[in-house]
Design a protein. Structure first.
Length: 256
């Protein structure tokens, strides 16, 4: 039997094993639709990475759930409150209240994704590659998707960085990151992302730095960097991670 069933959608086991009984019928339908619209789509064929979020209109949710407007509105509100799904604006701002979503809905787009309750379990960096939601191809055939820039130049720089004398911390230039605007995400989510970075890099001396990174740099950028570092098999992953985060920070100074 093949490892992957064509025309199917990956669903976090936690939905079946612990959260489904906490949801009413409409809430479950909303969570499943968000799952289908995100994890049900292959974003990058080379890495097997799944779509993280998708624009879903209120009309689509009403049509696909088969439920009324009020029932869907209540379901979205409770699903976001429980951390089962997240709603964000086109700019990536968290829409965690009905008022914020109503303001965006009048002329903008609302993007939905699975919430930290599910992604915190499914995207855990510990364990085998098959346990992640990225559904990456087998290691022997996996191709690296480089960040923007010259691949040869970046690889050379990362090799030099790894060979430098290693102190107890790889905190990088904190002032550089402090110049970046704060992400509009809950502190609990920042703490979770920080813990994910720490669980991979194992550098307890840099906990404060990782918290700063999680509060300033989008989660998708952090996860892409970690995924690529894992594939590359870096000797000093903490140094390479810091280099990549600094590179992002430099490119986005003053709104760049």
């Amino acid at each position: 039997m093949t490892d992957y069933l064509p025309n199917s959608t990956q669903v976090p086991n936690l939905l079946f094993n612990g959260k489904m009984h906490e949801m009413n019928d409409t809430e479950l339908r909303v969570v499943l639709i968000v799952t289908r619209k995100t994890l049900g789509w292959l974003q990058d064929p080379e890495t097997g990475m799944r779509k993280e979020e998708d624009w879903i209109s209120r009309g689509q949710l009403i049509k696909l759930t088969g439920r009324g407007k009020n029932a869907v509105s209540k379901a979205i509100n409770n699903c976001t409150n429980q951390g089962w799904i997240e709603a964000r604006s086109e700019e990536g701002n968290l829409l965690d209240t009905p008022k914020k979503r109503q303001q965006i809905g009048r002329g903008g787009k609302i993007f939905y994704r699975l919430g930290a309750v599910f992604m915190g379990k499914a995207k855990r960096l510990k364990g085998s590659r098959k346990d992640t939601l990225f559904n990456e191809k087998e290691k022997g055939s996996l191709k690296r998707k480089p960040l923007k820039g010259n691949l040869k130049e970046d690889t050379t720089k990362e090799t030099v960085i790894q060979n430098k004398p290693f102190n107890k911390t790889v905190n990088g230039n904190k002032n550089l990151f402090k110049k970046l605007p704060n992400l509009e995400i809950p502190k609990a989510q920042i703490e979770y992302i920080k813990d994910e970075i720490l669980s991979f890099l194992k550098d307890k001396h840099s906990v404060k730095f990782y918290w700063l990174v999680a509060s300033k740099i989008p989660e998708s950028v952090i996860r892409q960097a970690i995924a690529e570092i894992k594939v590359d098999g870096a000797d000093n992953p903490a140094r390479v991670f810091t280099y990549r985060m600094r590179k992002y920070a430099l490119a986005h100074q003053d709104g760049g």
